[in-house]
Design a protein around this ligand. Structure first.
Ligand SMILES: [Zn+2]
Length: 355
């Protein structure tokens, strides 16, 4: 693992990491962001199979960046397993595609554009850089790496979606052609391996087609593409545990590609991964009465992620109230319980609850 931790990663930390890589990792500057920050790519290995991956297309999604840098550090080490992979693969990794958004901790780039809705028009320099890297390399596989919010659960279970995957669609009909089938087979292979690590915590994303999303566009162009989403693990708001799971998923994926073992999986095992639902609040308070008699309701609270003095602060806000029986909380309190009520009254949540 690299020494880069927490939710807020500055572009300079990634640049410094690249600068510290051994000579076996080639670092190239692909171009500049809207505000002139360098967008760099690491290249490793000299095998036949070509894999392109990029992280932090959304500036406030840093977990997979930590994981890809961990992967670069591991693969450039003396580990025999690393050498084996690099004999079979060529990896190109863009660790931080949206450095301006990363610095501001915003989803969008400096022009306020969501780069994952700019794949066709390519109005932004970051979109052009990614597309050029793709066209120049002509990869056999692409990994599109993101974070997802804490609101997702797996299927109808109370398990949070710690990792989620998607084999993006190539058209409105969600056709499964050979390229999409390969994405699905690879996800099934990752799921099989990762179920040992986080049983029940892996979900599948909805595959509605949107050509402006980069994954859908690349799938349309015939390159098997995978969407990775780093999600929530209980208590892990800094996403240091999830980072390890993403790192392992990356190694599993690269290894399954390099020995072609993923081809033994079928499409049905991909569809066997439960779809995600949005059933979580960060805090759920049951049986809230606000001091009045009768009229009990549930209160659903989420955390806003505010950047303040180079740190991310998790600020609670009221998201929903009423009958929330079908929902779960990463923390749950029962307002009718004296101990919980006392705790809430003395906590920072009291101003939000008006108690
Ligand atoms: Zn994203």
């Amino acid at each position: 693992m690299t020494g880069i931790t927490g939710r807020y990663i500055q572009p300079k930390q990634v640049d410094d990491f690249y600068a510290s890589c051994p000579g076996s990792v080639q670092i190239a500057t692909l171009g500049q962001s809207v505000e002139g920050r360098n967008i760099q790519m690491a290249a490793l290995g000299n095998g036949k199979l070509k894999i392109l991956m990029w992280s932090q297309m959304h500036g406030n999604e840093s977990t997979t960046t930590k994981a890809v840098l961990d992967a670069i550090a591991f693969l450039s080490s003396e580990e025999p397993f690393a050498a084996e992979i690099l004999k079979k693969c060529q990896l190109r990794i863009i660790g931080m595609l949206n450095p301006d958004g990363a610095l501001r901790y915003t989803r969008e780039n400096a022009n306020g554009v969501d780069l994952n809705r700019d794949a066709i028009e390519q109005t932004q320099p970051e979109s052009v850089i990614l597309r050029s890297a793709y066209e120049e390399f002509q990869p056999d596989f692409c990994f599109n790496l993101h974070d997802q919010r804490t609101i997702y659960n797996v299927g109808f279970s109370e398990q949070p979606a710690t990792l989620s995957f998607l084999a993006p669609s190539m058209d409105e009909e969600r056709t499964i052609n050979k390229s999409r089938e390969h994405s699905m087979q690879l996800i099934a292979a990752i799921n099989d391996a990762m179920q040992n690590e986080i049983p029940g915590n892996i979900g599948r994303y909805d595959d509605a087609f949107n050509a402006n999303c980069i994954g859908d566009t690349l799938q349309m162009l015939g390159t098997p593409t995978l969407l990775f989403e780093a999600g929530h693990f209980p208590g892990d708001y800094e996403r240091e545990i999830v980072r390890k799971h993403v790192f392992h998923s990356l190694l599993v994926a690269i290894s399954a590609l390099s020995n072609e073992s993923y081809l033994k999986n079928d499409v049905q095992s991909y569809f066997g991964i439960p779809e995600n639902n949005k059933r979580y609040f960060d805090i759920l308070i049951r049986n809230y009465s606000g001091g009045k008699k009768g009229d009990l309701e549930d209160i659903g609270i989420l955390f806003r992620e505010d950047l303040l003095e180079e740190q991310i602060h998790f600020v609670p806000y009221l998201q929903d109230r009423g009958e929330l029986g079908a929902y779960f909380g990463h923390q749950t309190y029962d307002f009718s319980d004296q101990k919980d009520r006392k705790y809430l009254k003395n906590s920072p949540l009291s101003s939000l609850l008006d108690i």
